[in-house]
Structures are given as C-alpha cells and as structure tokens.
Design a protein around this ligand. Sequence first.
Ligand SMILES: [Zn+2]
Length: 366
Amino acid sequence: MGTILLIIVGIVVGITILSMVVSGIKEFLSKAFSIVGRFPALFVLLIAGLFYFDRMWIPVVIYCVLYALKTKEVAEKEIENQALNRIGTMGLISKQEALGLLPGFSPLPWLTDAMYEKEHGSKVLDKEIEKGNLVLRNYNGTEFYCNEARWKDVQAEILNKTINTISEHINSWGFIAEDIRFNVIKEQYGYDTAVLVKVLTKKIFTQYMDKMLSGGRVFVEETEKERRTIKLYINKDVLSAKQQYIRGCDIIEKDDLAKIFGTNDVGEQKGIMNAITSHIWTGISYVFLDGIDDKRNYIWLNEATIKDHTCAKCKKIVRKLTQYGKEQYCASCLQEIHAQEDADEAEGKAVKRYISAPPPGVKIKM
Ligand SMILES: [Zn+2]
C-alpha cells in the first residue's frame, strides 16, 4: 500500500516538474523567437556568418552590434512617426509632449531604452523648424511646434464641431450649461494639447453664446451646481415645446426632467424648473422637496396640491397618501394606526375600522 502511494506521489510530482520544464521551455522559445524574429534578415546573416567564420564569436558579436543599432533605428523612427503624425493630424504638439514621446513595444525594452536618443521627438521637430516646415508658437505660456497651415484648418474644425455641439444640445434639450465639456479631439493627444483645445472651445462657446444672447435666441438662468453658480443658456421656444410634458402635474419627478431635458444634475434641473415657472407658466408654482421617500430622491410638488400630499397625522409631505376614514395618511402613520387598532382590539376595546381603503390583512367586520 505504502509503495503504491509513493509511486502515485512520484508520478504527480514528476508530471508537475515536467510540465513546468515544458512551459519554461515554451516561454523561452517564444521569447527567443520574438527577439530573433524582430529582425529576420539579421538572423539570416548570423546563420550565414556561422558557416563562413571559423571562430563562432565573430559573427555572434557582429550580430549583437547590428541588432542593437537596428533597435536604435527602429525606436527613433517610431518616435519620429509619432511626432510627425501629431503635426499632421492636430497641426501642433507641445515641446513637453514631443520630449516625452516614447518608442513602441519591443521584446527587449532595456535594450531599446539603452539605445534610442533621448528627447528624439523634440530633436526631429527642431530639424523641421530649421527646414522651415514648422514654427514655435507660444499659447497660454506653453510652447508648441506648429504647422501653421494645418493648425489653422484644425482650429476651423474645432470651431465647427463646437458650434454644432452647442446647437444640437440646445435643439434637443432646450438649454446648455456653461460648464459643458466638448469632445472635439481624441484623448490620446496629450495634456498640453487638450488644455489648449479646452481654452479654445471655451472661447468659442463664450463668443457664440454672447451672440445668441444679444440676438435674443437664448436667455440666461443662473443656478447652483456643485456649490458654484453657473449659467444655463435657455432657448425659450424649445423650452415651451418641452414644458407641456410636465405642465399641470402634481408631482414632477427628477427622472421626468432627465428624460425631457437630458440632464440628471439637480442644479441644472432646478435652473430649468425656475426658468419654466418664471418665464412660461403663470399662476403655478412648485416647491422643491429633497429627501422624499428616500434620502437621494427629490421632487417638485405643485404648491396648490400640497394639502393632498400632507399626512394628517405627522404632517409630512409624501408622494402618495392613503385615504382612511375622513383623513389621508402616509404609509408609516397608517401602519401605526392599524397597529394601535390591533392592540386595542386585543384588549377587548371597541374598534371602529374603516373599509374605505382597507390595507392588506385588515379584517373587515360584517
Ligand atoms: Zn404620516
């Protein structure tokens, strides 16, 4: 019995070791293939050299030197391409971003690191300046390598995209908040470029909205958002068309406003409600109620209907009251009332139950 157990343990250990060795070899081979396969022509030369030279170390050393030089060349080419690509697409790249450009993936990162010229991106672009293809421009304190013609086109694109975004937003939702974020460039374009574009879109936004404002196409409603006062630019026509969905409702829910006006932000919703009640509706006013039902929920309640939503017992305002007898109660008060009735009944007191709205479990006396 003991021997059999030993044999089984031996087999299991053996298989484990073998599989580790095999996977180790596999990993080693795949790594070796990816290193050698990066420059196959060099490898062919190495094989030829091994046949040609009597001393094996000579072709091996030559191979290693050529491999390192090739690695340098490829890494620098990759950086150069990135730098020129950015100029081609955006028309500019900041000096900082150019300095920070890195080569792509390599199977021997330490070799790439050791070989490529640092700050190569910036050096490539400096040469382009010497050739007269680029100029250095300073925007908001940041230096950019800039192809003026391309950058001019890109700015025109940004202008178009920004204005389209504004128009679409106003046409579909009736308003636009001044802190809107514009996605007019790809995120991978680096921090400095993103900041520059943000400043640009902000400027376009302000100028465009001022024009809309002076042309009477929008009006401003200020509102508190995340503890800051911000402006909402509101189009009265769109707002008028949209307000009919909530007009006359007892309760206006935040989800309704989100659906109609495309925003979940409580500050923006408050601004919109203020705009509607002060510019469009007359004689109707709403109160904002926070923490209704649960802590995160809020509603607007038509002031004229407050009494229909006020519990007769605890005086709290709730979404839905239940009629019981002559009065209307909130769910928790109603539960208390029934508990009291049950207790009184148990003591043998006469209890007057109402059947107008029997809650579940109420025994109706016939
Ligand atoms: Zn109550």
